[in-house]
Design a binder for this molecule. Structure first.
Ligand code: AMP
Length: 214
């Protein structure tokens, strides 16, 4: 099964993708995580992407499309996965369609997570991420047992630089202008399913699971 998770930053895509990985065996492919890892390792990709992430802007489409082509259709191509953070623009979605066509493959579903913008700002500023395994917590709604330590691996929890209030605003604007139009793109293709992101992670997961079916 191949699924895209769409939705504004902070709506809970990462949390839900991790649950889908645990419960349904879909591999979580987070382009944000891949880019942050590349920046940490100071690879060529990391050097090219660093400034964009810092500013809350999108990394250019050609760079993202070659990254996704390699990740999805390279030597270690996964069978079942969930895309968390890709595509983020219409050209990325068109590029992905082309790749699927070339490889005789297709998408199973696109899930759009929807939430109220103020709730998103609150969630993002309370988000903490594990440096080691990328698990995501929220100090208000999904707190770790220990405020600075990951429950899953004991790694250090930190606040992403782009989760600070100045950058959050910019990321939400970028979402509205560049990523939100993807909902219409996939709706026209009959692939879009909308799920409310209100409530606890477990409640949202239940809705996603029902939407995907057995
Ligand atoms: P995320 O962890 O999904 O919130 O992504 C963090 C940042 O990585 C974004 O604000 C962008 O700078 C960059 N990024 C992640 N995925 C993409 C993408 N598909 N296209 C362009 N930039 C991306």
């Amino acid at each position: 099964m191949k699924v895209i998770l769409l939705g504004p930053p902070g709506v809970g895509k990462g949390t839900q993708a991790q649950k889908l990985q645990q419960e349904r065996g879909l591999l979580q492919i987070s382009t944000g995580d891949i880019l942050r890892q590349a920046i940490k390792n100071q690879t060529n990709l990391g050097q090219q992407a660093n400034d964009y992430l810092k500013r809350g802007e999108l990394v250019p489409d050609d760079l993202m499309l070659s990254l996704i082509a390699e990740t999805l259709f390279g030597d270690r191509a996964p069978q079942d996965y969930i895309l968390d953070g890709f595509p983020r623009t219409i050209p990325q979605a068109e590029g992905l369609d082309k790749l699927f066509k070339q490889h005789g493959d297709n998408l199973d579903a696109v899930i759009l997570l929807e939430a109220d913008p103020q709730a998103i700002i609150n969630r993002l500023s309370a988000r903490r991420t594990c440096r080691q395994c990328n698990s995501v917590y929220n100090l208000l709604t999904n707190p770790p047992k220990h405020p600075q330590k990951c429950d899953a691996c004991g790694g250090e929890l930190y606040q992403r630089e782009d989760d600070r209030i100045e950058t959050i605003q910019r990321r939400l604007e970028v979402y509205t202008s560049q990523t939100a139009p993807l909902a219409e793109y996939y709706r026209q293709r009959g692939q879009l399913k909308t799920v409310s992101a209100d409530g606890t992670p477990a409640e949202v997961f239940q809705r996603i699971n029902d939407t995907l079916g057995g």
